[in-house]
Ligand binder design. Sequence first.
Ligand code: MG
Length: 266
Amino acid sequence: MRIQKKSFLLILIVVLFLSNANKSIAQSAKTPIINNDHLTMAVLYQQRAAECKALYYQAFNLAQMMLDKDLANKKLKGKRAVVVDIDETVLDNSPFEAKMITQNAKYPDDWYVWTSLAKAKALPGAAEFLNYAANKGVAVFYVTNRTEKEMAITLKNLKEQNFPMADTLHLIPKKNESSKENRRLKIMEKYRIVLLAGDNLTDFSAVFDKTSLETRDAKTTELRSEFGKRFIVLPNAMYGDWEGAMYKTDTSRTKPELRKSLLKDF
Ligand SMILES: [Mg+2]
């Protein structure tokens, strides 16, 4: 009886091992090789170019000047608010992008591994500007397309990086829609938004929601007087809606082919 039991267990272990081995072979055969080499220069720009750091300082210096101008105007009514995006606006996720290149990681799967660490660093000038605004009695809202399940860890990350008003009242995640328009309108029921900061044009206005490369370009020209005034733009060469808009121009091509075809040479 004891021998029978032992052989049964042995067979079970062998069967389980073989089925798992088959599964991993089948999976690796199905999983395409993820090549993110095209991201290398973009990530290096964000991480190593002091010019990129200078652009962040420039943007938040400008934001402070515009806020000061607004604060000095005693005729303006209503509670003031500043609205900022999180990723690549106040928190630096370039280590995740770097990992996608070095480890062939995939968005969005490994994104949650990264955000769960709560290790993103504050971008240059971001925490200083937002603390300046908060100290002047201005409400700070973080309107992000991070999801609700990432909220607790995002608050931890923001607090550890010394951001003000990092609480559930001021952090507004994505619920049903990527567009931030309804979330902005909700804030505007109680506040006057002095300025918005973001690395993606959809952080500013609904006219950029789900639009083509051409429309994004044309609307940017139309709204040119808002940039550097009410709209404070941060640099992000790594990803954004600009990239998605590019890929929709010709779905018959592979992404590397398409990227090359969109270059403007002479
Ligand atoms: Mg962003």
